[in-house]
Write a protein that binds this ligand. Structure first.
Ligand code: AMP
Ligand code: MG
Length: 421
């Protein structure tokens, strides 16, 4: 049986980043840039004010203080987005708002807080301010943001391969990109298998259960920025499975759940072996041992297929360990590892399986330390325990027992409000 690392290596070896597409920048959140973003403009385009205040000539403010103000004649106002028609001549000032281009002649800005502006407004409300008392000296360039200071014309602001987050989208907007080339999102076909399964919107006959895996797995697919394609439910017979597999068509990956363990009707692995190619089956991990990885024939390409176990928890844990990195690689990302923390275990955990354990746990930070408390029964069908958990406690395959109070590695599933990072 393969270790988690060996299995993951085999999966990643078979996958490459997908091709690029052009998308409106807002659609590209979470994708990876497939081009350098180069600015052909200066940002900001002109020298502008970093403060609300007075644009002045610094030489006019020599000796200014609150006790000995320098008085300047106010010759106009300029707001952000306008160009002042006035030139600041000796003895004059222009009222200037944050972001407004600095008028000709001015070389510094005194913020209102260092002038008598407030006092004048109070003593003569509504009156135009014709004179400003300056309370401090302005050094050359004070409160002026230089043209191109943020981004100089010709600069590569973002490199190909960058993960596009909010700041990157803002940057692209600031240099005038409305569309961007990015690695496209994988389309992931999702198929549940099992005679016992019934769609969520259908009544449950005796002995049947609703198909929940398709929904938890599709949600994880969406959460990682990929596009789920719901294929529904295949019965545990060859005909039903083969006909569903035909619908995979041009998807970039197929995820099935169920039908990969040792039961009489677990035919998924047999069909992959017969009609496609089986790369491996079974991993030394708990939950999630009966994971199958292979390839099936799509419309005109071979499609990677991960046959996830049917148990509701197993398939989600297998997703985190194997599908997530696979999808991230296809999206062109470089870092696949989930964040881990070291936590103090609040329960004793035994490992008789000789496999790597990933136990569901609630991780909390108290007094500067992370603590991990198991969610209760670790039976792999109890989906509610996955709902409680925000992390998976990792117990190595050769460790028989970890006692309460000992330190363990935890794979974080969610950094939620309960985790005070
Ligand atoms: P299998 O691997 O097909 O033997 O399934 C293992 C267990 O998972 C069985 O108890 C199934 O009923 C359950 N199971 C399989 N597929 C699903 C599904 N899509 N939704 C909920 N439970 C499932
Ligand atoms: Mg089954």
């Amino acid at each position: 049986m393969l270790s988690v690392e060996e299995a993951l290596d085999k999966i990643l070896n078979e996958l490459d980043p997908l091709e690029e597409e052009s998308a409106p920048i807002l659609e590209s959140l979470g994708q990876v840039l497939a081009e350098d973003i180069k600015s052909d403009i200066n940002v900001p385009p002109l020298d502008n004010s970093a403060m609300d205040g007075y644009a002045v000539r610094s030489e006019d403010t020599t000796g200014a203080s609150e006790k000995t103000p320098v008085f300047l004649r106010v010759i106009g106002t300029v707001m952000a987005g306008s160009i002042s028609q006035q030139e600041v001549m000796p003895g004059t000032a222009v009222r200037i708002m944050t972001g407004a281009p600095v008028p000709a002649g001015a070389n510094s800005v005194i913020q209102f807080e260092n002038t008598d502006d407030e006092k004048r407004k109070e003593s003569a409300p509504g009156q135009p301010l014709t004179r400003a008392g300056i309370f401090s000296e302005a050094s050359l360039g004070l409160n002026i943001r230089k043209a191109g200071e943020n981004i100089a014309r010709g600069t590569v602001v973002l490199k190909k391969g960058t993960v596009i987050r909010a700041a990157e989208i803002g940057l692209m907007a600031s240099v005038g990109y409305s569309h961007v080339k990015a690695i496209r999102r994988p389309v992931v076909a999702i198929l549940s298998t099992g005679n016992e399964l019934v769609e969520v919107d259908k009544p449950l006959p005796e002995g049947k259960i609703h198909d929940s895996n398709a929904y938890s797995i599709a949600s994880l697919v969406k959460r990682h920025g990929c596009v789920p394609r719901m294929l529904g439910i295949a019965r545990d017979d060859e005909e039903s499975l083969v006909s569903k597999l035909k619908q995979v068509q041009d998807a970039d990956m197929l995820l099935t759940t169920g039908g990969v363990s040792m039961g009489d009707y677990d035919i998924v692995k047999d069909i992959i072996t017969r009609d496609g190619e089986m790369v491996f089956w079974k991993v030394r991990v708990k939950p999630g041992k009966p994971l199958a990885f292979g390839k099936i024939k799509g419309k005109d390409k071979s499609i990677p297929h991960l046959g996830l176990p049917g148990n509701a928890v197993s398939c989600m844990v297998s997703f985190e360990l194997f599908v997530r990195p696979a999808l991230l690689k296809m999206m062109g990302k470089k870092n696949f590892a989930k964040p881990t923390v070291e936590a103090i275990l609040e329960d004793t955990v035994k490992n008789d399986a000789g496999r790597r354990l990933y136990d569901r746990a609630i991780i909390e930070k108290r007094n500067g330390h992370y603590y991990a408390r198991l969610t209760g029964s670790q039976s792999s069908g109890i989906l509610a325990s996955m709902g409680l958990a925000n992390g998976l406690v990792l117990i190595p395959e050769d460790t028989k027992i970890v006692n309460k109070g000992e330190t363990v590695q935890v794979l974080m599933l969610d950094w939620n409000e309960e985790v005070n990072i």
